[in-house]
Write a protein of this length. Structure first.
Length: 458
């Protein structure tokens, strides 16, 4: 072992960053300890990406069944959500993937898997229950959990969070979701399609505040068309139990009473209790671990990757963190996150795919901006699918024609945006995209049309 320690590497947390960095480093010959107090796979596999998208698919099927007459298909009887079956399907899929993760760890001869809660004793020592493990280098990947906003009465009423919404055995009669970001919007549409009367309480002036305002408008309209009530500029101030349910008071909106309330108001890092301050690891204002662009903390030999170090908090960026850090730890490569292209998606219906700058962000950065837009309503394939909501919007540098950002809101938006992710990564111009032959009729040919119409807005 390095410098007489028990291990070359100790990874604290087996999420979607910690698990792959431990596996890759161990396969390269590094003696590795992987410490996890809960389940391998972290939030994504157990409480996030996979279970939510599995249940969103059930909600999508219910919605399509209700729309069957639109496509000339007759379905007799009502469309009901069987929550026991929906949750069981989700559990089966998650368990099958998780079993594979455990098998991979157990089959790696250079990994010691240690179950328990790890706490730093020194920069090179972590206590896990009644044993102390030492390592030359330590990686923190303890993730994040749902945040609890300062709301009067929050602790006095029973509220759901993004974790237990995955396990409900019945559809709430009425559900108020506090927060109109990615998580709140996905759950709002899911439970609306399962049959709940849903209200989204958003403190900001629009849903999905990190998106282009045009994108937010499409999602808000889609929600309202489905019967979801959207309250914006309405920060929730108090919750209280009444004889008829939970009363939700918000500034700028009338009070409502609902059977259930769910929190989707951001995430807070799992850094409390690790004794990071005792080993020289600095935390930011919101408690996230501070790192440089090569994942090093303020303590020598300690790194942090994934959600615990703050935005971008996506599984794909966590996996990229793991790959970059592996290349540094095992191959001694110089690494940096500076300038990397990080796309993301919102799995509402219509879906949102996003990469790069919004139009306003590009202007704020000093660019002369070019805009290309193609509405799905004017394209053949969306009409054939009956999915005409949304558009493709390209943001370019008007001087060089290079792509600065792209937004796809519409059917399969999270899938088709990848063409634009690659275009940005390779420095493609709008003209090059426009001159690339696209199959007809497809959804991505909307990208071709948008690129061909790039212009400076008047």
């Amino acid at each position: 072992m390095s410098n007489g320690y028990d291990y070359d590497l100790l990874v604290l947390g087996g999420g979607m960053a910690g698990l792959p960095v431990a596996m890759k480093c161990a396969y390269s010959g590094m003696e590795t300890a992987l410490v996890e107090e809960d389940l391998l796979g972290g939030t994504c596999l157990n409480r996030g990406c996979i279970p939510t998208k599995t249940m969103l698919r059930s909600a999508e099927v219910a919605n399509l069944a209700r729309r069957s007459e639109e496509f000339g298909i007759d379905i007799d009887g009502s469309i009901e959500a069987n929550m026991d079956a929906i949750v069981q399907r989700k559990d089966d899929i998650v368990e099958s993937i998780r079993e594979g993760a455990y098998e991979n760890v157990e089959g790696n001869e250079n990994i010691d898997f240690v179950e328990g809660h790890g706490v730093f004793e020194s920069p090179h020592e972590v206590q896990v229950d009644d044993q102390t493990l030492s390592a030359d280098r330590v990686v923190i990947n303890t993730g994040a959990r749902p945040a609890k906003p300062p709301i009067d009465g929050l602790d006095a009423v029973e509220v759901h969070d993004s974790t237990d919404l995955l396990d409900l055995d019945m559809v709430p009669d009425s559900l108020a979701i506090i927060g109109g970001g990615y998580v709140g919007c996905e759950y709002a549409q899911m439970y609306s399609r399962f049959g709940a009367d849903v209200t989204v309480c958003q403190r900001g002036d629009r849903l999905l505040p990190d998106e282009d305002p045009d994108v937010s408008e499409v999602i808000e309209t889609a929600f309202e068309d489905e019967g979801i009530t959207v309250q914006t500029d309405a920060p929730v101030t108090a919750l209280s139990e009444t004889d008829s349910g939970i009363r939700v008071d918000a500034d700028g909106a009338d009070a409502i009473t609902v059977s259930d309330v769910a929190l989707a108001a951001g995430r807070t890092p799992n850094t409390d209790g690790l004794r990071l301050e005792d080993v020289g690891v600095s935390l930011g204002e919101r408690g996230f671990v501070e790192t440089d662009d090569s994942f090093e903390t303020t303590a020598d030999g300690i790194y942090a990757i994934g959600d615990v170090s703050g935005p971008p908090m996506f599984t794909h960026s966590a996996r990229d963190d793991a790959d970059l850090l592996y290349r540094h730890l095992a191959k001694d490569e110089e690494i940096s996150t500076e300038g990397r292209t990080v796309p993301w998606a919102v799995f509402t219906d219509p879906q949102v795919g996003h990469v790069g700058l919004t139009e306003q962000e590009a202007r704020d950065a000093g660019y002369e901006v070019g805009i290309g837009r193609q509405d799905f309503a004017d394209q053949g394939k969306p009409k054939a699918l009956g999915e005409t909501e949304g558009f493709v919007k390209l943001v370019t540098d008007a001087d060089t024609d290079e792509l600065l950002g792209a937004h796809v809101v519409g059917e399969q938006g999270a899938e088709i945006v990848h063409e634009l992710v690659l275009a940005m990564e390779l420095g493609a111009t709008a003209e090059q995209i426009a001159e690339t032959m696209h199959i007809h009729p497809t959804l991505p040919e909307s990208i071709n049309s948008a690129a061909g119409g790039v212009h400076k807005p008047s």
